[in-house]
Write a protein that binds this ligand. Structure first.
Ligand code: NAD
Ligand code: AHE
Ligand code: ZN
Length: 369
């Protein structure tokens, strides 16, 4: 079938809206009509050319929501008409990783996903016979996409697509990092670096978890007001701190953060995030994605003296199990999404969503089809 998609032809170039050919779902796959998709910084990261796994041409996008329109042979967990959120971290419930209690990183289809292909090693997308790569197994910058059955979470039908698409990455990543990965306890002091689409959800998660001080750090002062609305208790702009940032944060958190989170992707910030943690027990969680060739560093003494450095993908969430629950939290008013969606636009304007992100003017832009 012909579909409308934003195609990334070359690193650094704007996306091009094209009519693309999409093959139907094969065994174990589903065809999903994408109704809305968020634009995450990771899409911009891959488009920039910094992603070692970045492939071109590709259809980016990994924060969508839509409706199952057809299912391939052998599909049992969803049917035509079901509302779903695509999962870039699938949940097969059978691999060693899914069966291990300490990870959400299902590996059932990870190899082909990283090659921009479906699990059978082929692509469903093409233009005039030329292959277009899938991206993160989801390719939601298209009004239709094909996904493996294990990579969709079935959600309730009264949830608005233009809001809950954000649960496909940002909301789940931020809240999940607090709840699943860090396990923040009531009364903890938390420092969050980067108050964008992910960091604000870390703030919201920290408030849900009953944190005491929730310190937000961002070089863009315009991020302050919304972060306060989601529960930030103290704002720090590193550009306005006299002297070194780390001792300033240690003092602000009465000896150091119990938990810190990097939601910037900047490796120097990651170091500060570790080093502002409390001696003896502070844990720093890396969420941000850093470019090819970049490395983190610190003095090993930081770890010897009891700080730990950890990371999280998709907030440690098991998608098919946890995503429907997070949709319920939103529908029941336990979490908020609406204020973070600062811009809504049609697919034709998707390059504007990237511009707004780079200019620091948006939190989340959502594309509606
Ligand atoms: P965003 O652009 O909305 O937000 C980034 C924020 O960081 C901005 O507010 C920016 O002003 C701030 N910032 C930049 N440099 C800074 C600095 N030196 N100090 C303090 N703040 C600084 O991006 P986002 O969508 O929130 O994504 C954040 C990061 O998380 C990206 O690296 C993205 O790729 C990554 N991410 C990871 C996962 C995961 O599963 N691990 C999931 C989603 C996103
Ligand atoms: N491909 C990159 C890494 C990109 C990355 O870390 N992706 C996160 C999700 S970011 C969502 O916005 C992730 O899930 N990672 C786990 C995985 O298996 O990809 C690189 O550096 O090669
Ligand atoms: Zn994302």
């Amino acid at each position: 079938m012909d579909v409308r998609a934003a195609v990334a032809y070359k690193a650094g170039d704007p996306l091009v809206i094209e009519t693309v050919q999409l093959d139907g779902p094969r065994d174990g796959e589903v065809l999903v009509e994408i109704m809305a998709t968020g634009v995450c910084h990771t899409d911009a990261f891959t488009l920039s050319g910094d992603d070692p796994e970045g492939l071109f041409p590709a259809i980016l996008g990994h924060e969508g929501a839509g409706i199952v329109r057809a299912v391939g042979k052998g599909v049992t967990s969803v049917k035509e008409g079901d509302h779903v959120i695509p999962l870039y971290t699938p949940e097969c419930r059978e691999c060693d990783y899914c069966l291990h209690p300490k990870t959400n990183l299902c590996q059932a289809i990870r190899e082909t996903q990283g090659q921009g292909l479906m699990p059978d090693g082929t692509s469903r997308f093409s233009i005039n016979g030329e292959k277009i790569h899938h991206y993160m197994g989801t390719s939601t910058f298209s009004n239709f996409t094909v996904l493996p059955e294990i990579a969709v979470a079935k959600i309730r039908e009264d949830a608005p697509f233009d809001k809950v698409c954000y649960i496909g990455c940002g909301v789940t990543t931020g809240i999940g990092a607090v709840i699943h990965t860090a396990g923040v306890e009531i009364g903890s002091n938390v420092v969050v670096f980067g108050l964008g689409g992910i960091g604000l959800n870390v703030i919201q998660g920290a408030r849900l978890a009953g944190a005491n001080k929730i310190v937000g750090v961002d070089i863009n002062p315009n991020k302050r007001a919304l972060a306060e609305a989601y529960g930030m208790t103290h704002f720090v702009n590193p550009k306005e701190v006299e002297g070194d940032l780390v001792p300033y944060l240690v003092s602000l958190t009465d000896g150091g953060a119990d938990y810190s989170f990097d939601a910037t992707g900047n490796v120097n910030v990651m170091r500060d995030a570790l080093e502002c943690c409390h001696k003896g027990w502070g844990e720093s969680i890396i969420i941000g994605v850093a470019g090819a060739g970049q490395e983190i560093s610190t003095r090993p003494f930081q770890l010897v003296t009891g700080r730990s450095w950890r990371g999280t993908a998709f907030g440690g969430a098991r998608g098919r199990t946890d995503v429907p629950k997070i949709v319920d939290w939103y529908m029941d008013g336990k979490i908020d999404i609406d204020q973070m969606i600062t811009h809504v636009m049609p697919l034709d304007e998707i390059n504007n969503a990237f511009d707004l992100m780079h200019e620091g003017k948006s939190i989340r832009s959502v594309i509606t089809f």
